[in-house]
Design a binder for this molecule. Structure first.
Ligand SMILES: N[C@@H](CCC(=O)N[C@@H](CS)C(=O)NCC(=O)O)C(=O)O
Length: 202
């Protein structure tokens, strides 16, 4: 098994997941700026030219960070990061998707519509980035209301994949220097708990 990795948010999800599980997988580090995810060799592994990719020993390749983590969770169930009961599994899926769509995508759009790196990868609309910057404040306020029930993690009492997606969103928020209002006590508390995990540095 081999992980095609890069210093970017989606591969980082898998690195955090591996650190939380205590699993080591040989890595091939790609230089995205140099276009190493867009070579014919890599496009044969993921036709979208995106990392992470997990390559199995028989040559099968898996793309999509959450699908890769899901597969590894089946192979290494402890600690469970996708829930254990039908309800927990559904709650983790629900919250991972919500954090992904409502938070990660919103902040991701800011980078995708302004960073030079994405100029050849997107049709950039800087005004959309500005709108998404404003929307981030609304999404964070919504999340703060959700966390007002006192749960420590996105899907409940235990740390899950949804929190790993939250860690990557928090990192992008930091990178883009998006202010998180001190009034959002629950969201700030969640981000603090995530930043305090040893896997934050993965
Ligand atoms: N939905 C995919 C997104 C993967 C993705 O956007 N990967 C970026 C890094 S965060 C990438 O490898 N980009 C390479 C490029 O654009 O050349 C996932 O979750 O794995």
């Amino acid at each position: 098994m081999k992980l095609y990795n890069a210093p970017a948010p989606n591969p980082r999800k898998v690195r955090i997941f591996l650190a939380e599980k205590g699993i080591e997988i040989p890595r091939v580090d790609l230089d995205l700026q140099a276009g190493e995810a867009r070579t014919p060799e890599f496009l044969a592994k993921n036709s979208l030219g995106l990392t992470p990719v997990l390559e199995l020993d028989d040559g099968t390749t898996l793309s999509e960070s959450v699908a890769i983590c899901r597969y590894l969770d089946e192979l290494h169930p402890d600690p469970p990061l996708f829930g254990t009961t039908p309800l927990e599994r559904a709650q983790v899926a629900m919250w991972n998707r919500r954090v992904e769509l409502e938070l990660m995508d919103t902040v991701g759009h800011i980078a995708q519509h302004t960073f030079e790196f994405f100029a050849t990868r997107r049709i950039q609309v800087p005004a959309f980035a500005e709108a998404e910057r404003e929307m981030t404040a609304r999404k964070l306020a919504w999340l703060d209301g959700e966390f007002a029930d006192g749960r420590p993690f996105a899907a409940g009492d235990t740390f899950t994949m949804a929190d790993i997606t939250g860690m990557c969103a928090a990192m992008v928020i930091g990178l883009l220097e998006i202010p998180v209002s001190a009034e959002l006590k629950h969201v700030n508390g969640w981000f603090d708990r995530l930043r305090a995990r040893p896997s934050w540095d993965a």
